[in-house]
Structures are given as structure tokens and as C-alpha cells.
Design a protein. Structure first.
Length: 389
């Protein structure tokens, strides 16, 4: 009995000492186990890669199955404050950025539902309730990726794949709005159609699209006519110091045109846009040129004299040592009638953006100086707060 008590006392004491050091010891053990596991994973990946290269050498590739995400929900809120001396009295007057009054506005309120059903099929439904207006369907498309060829089809309501700066996701644009030339000439709207993206190599994309040409608010193709788009998108240089991207696109057929008072015109739109990142000096330069030679009889807003053309130049400089802060500048011109001289619209803008937490929480500020204008536009100052969730 005495022996049993002694043994159990020793046993209890040793249990106590384990309990006393329990926390520390188990943390170390967990760390050690984690390190062992990580090492094993690394070894398995190495083995996996060598097996895959063996398979490749033997003549065919087995693609690993990607992670599938059936439904992801995200969105954004963008608050904007505008101030200008523009005269809003008397009807539907809007400032350069399309606002009808000075002050604060919930400029963008968006929800996106998107996902991948499997390796080949993805989708997105994107709704907006901008400026407190009615909820509208913004994007609704299905993506189909082929296995045998590097080809993707995007079917449904989507961006019209012409302008590089228009295709850039809205949360990542550096000024509150895209350049005036793009806003006036590009297809800054959604449309129904089908877009094919062929990527024969990493640095090159060839695209073709057929769209209803009506814009997103008219869902029926009543005129039974289409707009046709061809585009080349290439990144010839992508090194640690430089990145150069260039996109050229052509839109023909019958498409919605902002300069034609948002009516359909028979377009011959050529769009060339390029961006150069010079990383050692924190500088990104961007430029674009747009030219439309539409069928005169289809331009109903005014008697068109000549062609429609516009361009922009912009720069983005990340302040050294303070790289969340970017200083930006832009010059943009738009001419609705190239045969009539000295009536171009000209705008110069300067501003900044500050990334509080990447683009997830960001502040933008800009001053747009009106050099020449066709209407009675005035200089505009804007500030924005963006939150992605
Ligand atoms: Ca049409
Ligand atoms: Ca002109």
C-alpha cells in the first residue's frame, strides 16, 4: 500500500510538472510539427514537379485540378465630393464627371457575385446602385475556358473590349474618372455580346467580339445590327525594371456612341493605348489615341464635319519613401469635328491618390482645369474615398 502511494505520488508529481510546462512545450512541439509538415510539403511539391516534367517529356501534360470557388461575394462603396462653379440651374446640366450638383454623393455602390463552377466555367453577376439610383444589372456573363486551346469565351452583358483604360478595373483607376477622350469616344458602357480571348503566348492576347451595340439599358437588339471588335493586347517587355503594355483595337459596325448623344452610329473606331512602367524611378506613363470615322448619315446629334478624335497623356509618380502616396497628372483633348479647327475640348488635371490599405481603402483627389470647352464647363475639384469589401 505504502509502495502504491509512493508510486502514485511520483506519478501525480510528474503529471503536475507536465501540466506546469504544458503550454510552452506544446507550442514548441506544434512549431516543430509545422516545420516538419512544411518540409514534407516542399518535398512533395518538388517530387510533383519532377513527375510532371517526366509526363511532359513523355508527350502529354496532365493539368492539376485548380481550386474551385462556387460563389464569392464582394463589392465596393465609393464616396465622392465635388465642387465647381458650374451653373446647374435650368434642366439637366452636369459637370465634367457627370454629376448634377456640388457636394457629396455615393458615386458607386456595387455588389459582385462571381465564382468558378469547375476548371472551365466561371461567371459574374455585378449590380450597381450608384448615386442612390435604382439597382441595375451591370455585368452578367459566363466565361468558358477551353482545355485544348488557350481560348476563353465571355458571353453575356459585359464591358465592350476596346479601350485599355476602360478595361482597367474601376477600383484601380488613378483619377476619379477616365480621360475625357475615352469617356467621349470609347464605349464607356456595358453591352450584350460574346468576346473571344485567344492567348497563343504569355505576352500576347488576340480578341474578337460581337456586341448588340445598344448599350446596357436596351437589352433587345431592335435594329438587328451589331458592332464588331478586333483587338491586340501585348506586353512586349516585363522585366524587373520595365513593363510595357500596348493595346490596339478596332470597332466597326453599329455601336452606341457618347459623342452622338448616346445614340447608335456606324462606327470606324480605332483605339491605340499604351502604358510604360519605369520601376527604378517609380514612374508610370500612359497614353492613348482614339479616332472615329463614322458614317455621316448615322450621326444624328449634329452635322458631322470630318472625323471624331481625341487623345490623352498621363503620369503616375509614387513618392519615394512614401510609396502609398502617388502624384498624378493628365492632359486630354477631344475634337467632335476634325474639319472645324480651334474648337477642341482641352482639359489638364493634377491630383494624388493615397493607398491606405492597397486599393482596398484608398483616397483620391483631383483638380480638373478646363482649358477649352464646347459647353459652359468650369474647373472641377473632386475628392473620393473608396472601400472594397
Ligand atoms: Ca444593334
Ligand atoms: Ca474640331
Amino acid at each position: 500500500m505504502r509502495k502504491f502511494l509512493a508510486v502514485s505520488t511520483v506519478f501525480m508529481l510528474s503529471l503536475g510538472s507536465v501540466a506546469a510546462f504544458g503550454q510552452e512545450v506544446s507550442n514548441d512541439e506544434v512549431l516543430e510539427k509545422l516545420q516538419q509538415l512544411e518540409q514534407k510539403v516542399a518535398e512533395l511539391e518538388k517530387e510533383n514537379e519532377s513527375l510532371r516534367s517526366l509526363v511532359r517529356k513523355s508527350g502529354y501534360t496532365v493539368m492539376p485540378r485548380k481550386r474551385t470557388e462556387k460563389l464569392q461575394v464582394d463589392g465596393r462603396i465609393l464616396l465622392r465630393w465635388d465642387q465647381t462653379n458650374f451653373d446647374y440651374e435650368g434642366g439637366n446640366n452636369k459637370n465634367i464627371y457627370g454629376e448634377k450638383a456640388n457636394g457629396l454623393v455615393a458615386r458607386k455602390v456595387r455588389f459582385r457575385f462571381h465564382g468558378n463552377l469547375n476548371d472551365n466555367i466561371g461567371y459574374m453577376i455585378h449590380v450597381r446602385a450608384d448615386r442612390g439610383e435604382t439597382v441595375e444589372l451591370w455585368d452578367a456573363f459566363i466565361d468558358y475556358k477551353f482545355d485544348a486551346v488557350p481560348l476563353k469565351l465571355r458571353m453575356g452583358q459585359q464591358k465592350i473590349p476596346v479601350s485599355m483604360s476602360y478595361l482597367k478595373p474601376g477600383p484601380k483607376i488613378i483619377f476619379p474618372e477616365r480621360p475625357i477622350a475615352v469617356r467621349k469616344m470609347g464605349s464607356h458602357n456595358r453591352d450584350l455580346g460574346i468576346r473571344a480571348i485567344f492567348s497563343p503566348m504569355k505576352k500576347l492576347k488576340l480578341e474578337a467580339a460581337v456586341m448588340d451595340g445598344e448599350g446596357f439599358s436596351t437589352l433587345r437588339n431592335d435594329d438587328k445590327k451589331y458592332s464588331y471588335i478586333l483587338a491586340v493586347d501585348s506586353t512586349p517587355i516585363n522585366s524587373s525594371d520595365f513593363k510595357w503594355r500596348i493595346r490596339a483595337a478596332y470597332e466597326g459596325g453599329y455601336g452606341w456612341a457618347a459623342y452622338n448623344d448616346k445614340k447608335v452610329a456606324k462606327r470606324n473606331l480605332f483605339d491605340l493605348e499604351t502604358k510604360l512602367d519605369i520601376k527604378p524611378v517609380n514612374l508610370a506613363l500612359e497614353a492613348g489615341y482614339l479616332h472615329d470615322n463614322p458614317n455621316k448619315s448615322t450621326v444624328t446629334k449634329y452635322a458631322l464635319k470630318g472625323n471624331v478624335a481625341g487623345y490623352y497623356l498621363q503620369a503616375d509618380y509614387a513618392v519615394p519613401g512614401l510609396q502609398k502616396l502617388h502624384l498624378i497628372g493628365r492632359y486630354s483633348e477631344f475634337d467632335k469635328d476634325t474639319d472645324v479647327s480651334n474648337n477642341e475640348e482641352k482639359y489638364a488635371s493634377a491630383g494624388f491618390y493615397y493607398l491606405l490599405n492597397g486599393w482596398q481603402a484608398a483616397i483620391r483627389g483631383a483638380y480638373v482645369h478646363v482649358i477649352d470647352t464646347a459647353s459652359n464647363q468650369k474647373d472641377l475639384i473632386s475628392a473620393e474615398f473608396q472601400l472594397l469589401f
